[in-house]
Design a protein around this ligand. Structure first.
Ligand SMILES: Nc1ncnc2c1ncn2[C@@H]1O[C@H](COP(=O)(O)OP(=O)(O)OP(=O)(O)O)[C@@H](O)[C@H]1O
Ligand SMILES: [Mg+2]
Length: 260
């Protein structure tokens, strides 16, 4: 599913948070949004998922303005892993994951065999099958994160929005999550827009990187173009040396020091 964002402006009260953001994501691409804390990344994800109403500008999914798509239709196509997640106290992992199927159920219908198979697949893929009956509130940060990822997978979306999907995960699950995202992207053709703070992971897993700084689009392009000494210096305030990862065919860098 392709995504087009056109001259997007978003405010909180009177404060301008996103300023005239425009970009396209082609069907089947992985795009990662990077930028400092507070720059507007989550605001952008929330606007695309229609959780926030823009002050002006337009957002299109497959050339249709999202304002003209009904909520259930959006939920059938677009899944969101928010950065901050609420959890009711008395649901199990399996129940949480089953919520991912709700947009696909016909009115008044219960989960069918196919829905249950998809839920099991999502639990397997995230390593949660063994603990599927545990209450979500009792989970560690990383386990809870994986339960939410499983719910978005169960939604079987055409476009997946992930706001910091690897937060709280140990390095092994970080890689496993990103490998899983890539696998879903390749095998099911799911378009992915995600926010990552680890810029080396962004470089490795993205077709394109979008840099947001202070609510403005600073740069948008392939990792080898975007990840530069200038970006790291001006946007992230670090001096770094950039190398080429010949195995994964992407740049990577080692931070040296914080710029004065
Ligand atoms: N509900 C709100 N009301 C007022 N201001 C808000 C609200 N939510 C976010 N902001 C402000 O909007 C700006 C952008 O926030 P946003 O959450 O999009 O940043 P971010 O890039 O996702 O940051 P982080 O990397 O810390 O997650 C910040 O200055 C934040 O304080
Ligand atoms: Mg955020």
């Amino acid at each position: 599913m392709e995504l087009k964002v056109e001259n997007l402006n978003v405010n909180y009260d009177d404060k301008k948070i996103l300023k005239d953001i425009s970009f396209n994501v082609k069907n089947g691409e992985i795009v990662t949004i990077i930028g400092p804390n507070g720059s507007g990344k989550s605001t952008l994800i929330k606007s695309i998922s229609r959780y926030l109403k823009p002050a002006s500008g337009k957002i299109y999914l497959n050339k249709v303005n999202i304002n003209q798509i009904n909520t259930k239709e959006i939920a059938r196509n677009l899944a969101v892993l928010p950065q901050v997640k609420g959890v009711s106290s008395d649901i199990s992992i399996e129940e949480l994951v089953s919520y991912g199927r709700f947009p696909h159920l016909k009115f008044g219908r219960r989960l069918g065999i196919e829905d249950k198979e998809i839920i099991s697949w999502a639990l397997e893929k995230t390593g949660l099958m063994e603990m599927k009956d545990r209450y979500v509130v009792t989970l560690s940060g990383g386990e809870r994160q994986r339960a939410w990822i499983a719910m978005s997978l169960a939604q079987k979306p055409k476009i997946l929005l992930l706001d910091e999907p690897t937060t709280f995960l140990d390095i092994c699950y970080q890689l496993e999550t990103l490998e899983l995202v890539k696998e879903l992207n390749k095998t099911l053709g799911i378009t992915v827009v995600m926010v990552l703070h680890d810029l080396n992971q962004a470089a490795r897993y993205s077709d394109n990187i979008l840099v947001i700084n202070n609510g403005e689009l600073w740069e948008y392009g392939e990792p080898c173009k975007v990840i530069s000494e200038g970006l790291l210096k001006h946007i992230f305030k670090i001096d770094a040396d950039i190398y080429e990862d010949k195995i994964n065919n992407c740049p990577y860098f080692i931070p040296r020091k914080i710029t004065a």
